[in-house]
Structure formats: structure tokens, C-alpha cells
Write a protein that binds this ligand. Structure first.
Ligand code: 5GP
Ligand code: ZN
Length: 117
């Protein structure tokens, strides 16, 4: 599986940097954000190093589906399925991406405004 030895999230996935793990399977890893923006704030990442959404192609359709399904399950576990939650994928700096390993933010447990900033 492709890895970038300089990537923060590759290091977290391989437990070279500690994190509070929320979920793991063969292809997906999820951990609590170090600076939570909501009572529930979990990052769901592919184990394979993929820098941005722009680097995805049809080979990754199932993987992206697994990330979304992990978010759905983690939301249920966190008890926010009914109150509501938001799933965010920032692509590139203009949209707020700061770590260049794809990550799905699962945010919930408080009311949220729209449009996002
Ligand atoms: P982005 O801004 O790229 O969409 O999201 C990156 C997220 O990674 C941010 O919400 C940030 O708080 C989180 N983050 C950055 N460094 C670490 C870390 O070392 N550990 C954890 N658990 N989260 C991190
Ligand atoms: Zn990476």
C-alpha cells in the first residue's frame, strides 16, 4: 500500500504518531481530530496515501464508499445520527486543506451554520 514517509496521517495510520483511534479496517482508518471543531470531530482516512480529491479516479470508488460508510457508522456510535452531522472533504488550500492525505471530517454534536466559512 502506497505510503509517504513525510506524511503526518501516514505516520498516524502506522502508529508512529499516537492518536485516539475510532475505527480501523483493511483500507480505512479513523481517529479523533486533535483540535475538535465540534463535540464529535473524527477524521476518516484511506490507509493508502492519496494527497487530494483530485488524485482519485474510478479505481477508488469502493474506497471512498467505505470512508462514507465508516462516517455513517461512527455517527451512529456517537449518537448524532438523528440530531445531525456534517461530512466534509476539503480539497486543496483554497478550501482549507492543510494535511495532504485525503480525510473526511465527521462533525456533529452541535448546531451548524450554512454556508460554511
Ligand atoms: P484539513 O484542514 O486538512 O481539512 O484538516 C486537517 C485536520 O487534521 C485538522 O482538523 C487538524 O486539527 C487535524 N490534525 C492536524 N494534526 C493532527 C494530529 O497530529 N493529530 C490529529 N489527531 N489531528 C490532527
Ligand atoms: Zn499520507
Amino acid at each position: 500500500m502506497q505510503e509517504d514517509s513525510n506524511c503526518l496521517f501516514c505516520k498516524i495510520i502506522r502508529r508512529k504518531i499516537p492518536s485516539k483511534v475510532a475505527y480501523e479496517d483493511d483500507s480505512v482508518f479513523a481517529f479523533h481530530d486533535i483540535a475538535p471543531q465540534a463535540p464529535t470531530h473524527i477524521l476518516i482516512v484511506p490507509k493508502e496515501h492519496i494527497a487530494t480529491l483530485n488524485d482519485l479516479d474510478e479505481r477508488y470508488e469502493a474506497l471512498v464508499g467505505k470512508m462514507v460508510m465508516a462516517a455513517r457508522r461512527l455517527a451512529a456510535e456517537a449518537g448524532i445520527s438523528e440530531s445531525g452531522y456534517r461530512c466534509v472533504l476539503n480539497c486543496n488550500r483554497g478550501a482549507g486543506q492543510s494535511v495532504f492525505h485525503i480525510h473526511l471530517h465527521l462533525l456533529g454534536g452541535r448546531a451548524m451554520g450554512w454556508p460554511p466559512g
